[in-house]
Design a binder for this molecule. Structure first.
Ligand code: GLA
Ligand code: GLA
Length: 685
């Protein structure tokens, strides 16, 4: 296995620290002195500084004050800490908003927003781009060679859209570039609908919600213009510091930006997560899976590099309802889950609670009391000690056995379409349901977009692959032909990349031949309603149950070469196929015509995992509510365990010679994990 880069070059420790905002404490230097003492006590080593510090650098236009940051950077270097230095574009100074109204966003209603909040600047304002480039260049020029500088933190949680005239003009120019002439756009968008045929790009307004393709393309444009803005921010830094890694903090599966494209501009994938990990969470395991899915998505963005949590909370964020305190064991479990999935750093929002502002009650390492004798501080310090025992995992990596396709453009196309059940979160939820079946088996999944290289997998799962961008169907066909196993579901291959339905039957784009079925119609059941499906003898190879309950959506199929494995047993479509298998080339393609729930997904994927001989990290199905991940380095395996239940577990291990890195002791054959406990085992292979 080739050596993986470190998150911060030359810094071979797990990163542990948080957002540090000394700019809020400049009037009380004794607090800052105390911070540096407490940072040592907490064993933290990495701090994201200056994220919202613009007014502390530039109180009036062009007059810069960096002396305070010089001091902070020097002290960080003296202490051996690393700084993730932010560009401050996430929150603009009031003077800037006042003097240059164009930097403020315009809403859908055409009104310019007042100066307020954050994350709300116009994407195309030349003034804003210039002011950001200037402040970024100031920071880069000054600190590029500073020994404390470890990474750049570009802005903060990019999001949102602006409807000012300049942004609308940029949208139209982007369309003109994409389609060449307006008739090509009319064709691609099916604009004869409601007499929408345009005779000039100038006539197009993204607030027109009646054309699916317009909605889809506006989302593409917003993603593009956000990435373009970020690229400009990065360029200003790279002029002075081409070798310092660059990250921005992502928000999991945030729908507004195609992160799969955005990360191409970055060196490091960094994420913010705030799951509701409490014993009373109504769906704790659901939350665990949502986090795990997101982790495997982010990990697979750059599979040969580690990623990190830029933000998480050692306690409870003030915006959660209820604001339930984080149990100490769940704090560790949450962090080890990230490490298990390939992270090599977990940081917090934030280091010290501020005295005012909207987040003064947000959990932080240092509380208002100001000393180290708090439960949360001790929990963080304890974790730092454990991280010292875990530094050896650096460089090891997870190896995905399965590709699960999750694609922002597919999500947008579904969300733009009236009449499908997949509005809002349903596409994501469905992908996570399929993912959950693999998590239960302890099988590592790479969550990748539809344009990913599939050739290194033996199994590809594509829930609701509604939209087929050019080449997607061909690449799937080649994958199956070459011997791959492909799993599709209802809502596959309905539309092309501008969300126009395929003619000639679904799934279109060539997938009908691969799947060997025609999906004629889809019945959308009311919530809670079910239809029974029953197994045919042909299902025996997968060891399916004799019957399951179909929910939500029942697609009605005609066989075109495929074999039925399950049939509907109720309603007017009783006796028609609900699950099919088709031999295509050297491979096999399955079609799940309906949502059959967790029990079916578990049986079905367990069967495929057996048939394909995929690696289960414990060699068998995991008990409920136990998460396990496996990282590998040359000759070594690391198993990460998180027990998300109050029950004690006794877990037979898949081999001998395991060593518990946290307990620093050998584990003979069986691992005992108390309620909510987590740990990491090592074994020489
Ligand atoms: C109305 C309109 C039609 C069509 C249908 C859809 O009847 O007149 O143009 O939109 O609704 O149900
Ligand atoms: C986000 C932001 C932080 C902070 C936290 C609070 O992640 O990036 O600045 O507001 O939320 O949970």
């Amino acid at each position: 296995m080739s050596a993986r880069p470190l998150l911060i070059p030359g810094f071979s420790r797990l990163l542990h620290g948080g957002d540090y905002n000394p700019d809020q404490w400049l009037k009380t230097p004794e607090v800052i002195d105390e911070d540096f003492r407490l940072m040592q006590l907490a064993g933290c080593n990495t701090f994201a500084v200056g994220i919202f510090a613009w007014t502390s650098y530039e109180r009036e236009e062009g007059v810069y004050h960096f002396a305070w940051l010089d001091r902070i950077m020097d002290r960080m270097a003296e202490a051996g800490h690393k700084v993730v230095l932010a560009t401050p574009s996430g929150a603009k100074p009031a003077w800037l908003s006042q003097q240059y109204p164009e930097v403020r966003r315009v809403g859908r209603d055409g009104l310019r927003e007042p100066h307020a909040g954050r994350h709300n600047h116009c994407w195309t304002s030349p003034v804003y781009r210039r002011k950001v480039a200037e402040i970024n260049a100031q920071l880069a020029e000054r600190y590029a060679r500073h020994p404390a500088l470890g990474m750049w933190h570009i802005s903060n949680e990019y999001s949102g859209e602006c409807y000012c005239d300049r942004c609308l003009t940029a949208f139209r120019a982007w369309l003109a570039e994409r389609y060449g002439d307006v008739d090509a756009l009319n064709e691609a968008w099916w604009t004869a609908f409601w007499s929408h045929t345009f005779t000039s790009f100038e006539q197009i307004d993204p607030r027109d919600g009646s054309i699916d393709a317009l909605k889809l393309d506006f989302r593409r444009f917003i993603s593009h213009i956000t990435i373009d803005f970020m690229r400009a921010e990065i360029a200003a830094l790279k002029r002075f510091s081409s070798d310092v890694p660059v990250a921005t903090n992502l928000m999991g599966t945030h729908s507004g930006i195609d992160y799969a494209k955005l990360v191409a501009e970055l060196d490091v994938v960094a994420d913010d997560q705030y799951p509701a990990y409490t014993p009373d969470a109504p769906d704790l395991w659901g939350d665990v899976l949502r986090v795990a899915f997101k982790d495997d998505l982010h990990r697979a963005f750059k599979p040969d590099r580690p990623w990190m949590l830029m933000e998480s909370c050692p306690d409870a964020p003030q915006w959660k309802h209820p604001v339930q305190l984080k149990r100490p064991k769940l704090h560790q479990a949450e962090m080890l889950q990230a490490l298990g999935h390939g992270a090599e750093g977990t940081c917090y929002f934030q280091w010290r609670k501020g005295r005012g502002g909207g987040e003064k009650l947000h959990g932080a390492v240092v509380d208002h009391v100001g000393h180290a004798q708090t439960r949360v501080f001790q929990s963080v310090a304890e974790l730092s000690k454990n991280y010292q025992k875990l530094n050896e995992i650096i460089g090891s990596q997870m190896q995905g056995q399965v590709a699960l396709l999750y694609d922002w453009e597919v999500r947008w196309a579904l969300e733009a379409t009236e009449g499908v059940r997949s509005q809002r979160e349903a596409y994501l939820t469905t992908c996570i349901e399929h993912y959950g079946a693999f998590a239960r088996q302890g099988v590592a999944v790479d969550v990748v977009s539809a344009d990913a290289d599939l050739s290194r997998y033996s199994l590809v799962v594509a829930p609701q692959l509604w939209m087929l961008a050019p080449t997607v169907a061909e690449r799937i066909a080649r994958f199956v032909e070459a011997g791959g196993t492909f799993v599709a579901t209802y809502y596959t291959g309905y539309c092309d990349q501008t969300n126009r339905c395929f003619t000639g039957g679904f799934p279109g784009g060539g997938l009908m031949d691969v799947l060997g079925i025609w999906n004629e119609e889809t019945d959308w059941l009311p919530d809670g309603a079910t239809r029974r499906v029953t197994a045919r003898p042909e299902a025996a190879a997968l060891k399916l149950d004799s019957s399951y309950a179909a929910e939500r959506l029942c697609a009605l199929l005609h066989l075109r070469g495929a074999t039925a494995l399950l049939d509907y047993a109720e309603d007017f479509y009783a006796g028609t196929p609900a699950l099919t298998r088709h031999a295509y080339g050297k491979g096999t393609a399955y079609y799940q015509a309906t949502a059959l729930g967790a029990a079916f997904l578990r049986d079905f994927y367990a069967g495929l995992i057996d048939q394909l001989g995929l690696h289960r990290c414990l060699g068998r199905e995991l008990p409920a509510n136990l998460a396990v991940q496996r990282r590998l380095s040359a000759g070594r395996e690391y198993l990460f365990f998180q027990n998300f239940s109050a029950e004690e577990r006794t877990l037979p291990l898949p081999g001998l010679g395991y060593f518990d890195l946290l307990q620093q002791q050998d584990v003979a054959g069986v691992l005992r994990l108390g309620g909510w406990d987590s740990t990491v085992l090592r074994r020489e292979l």
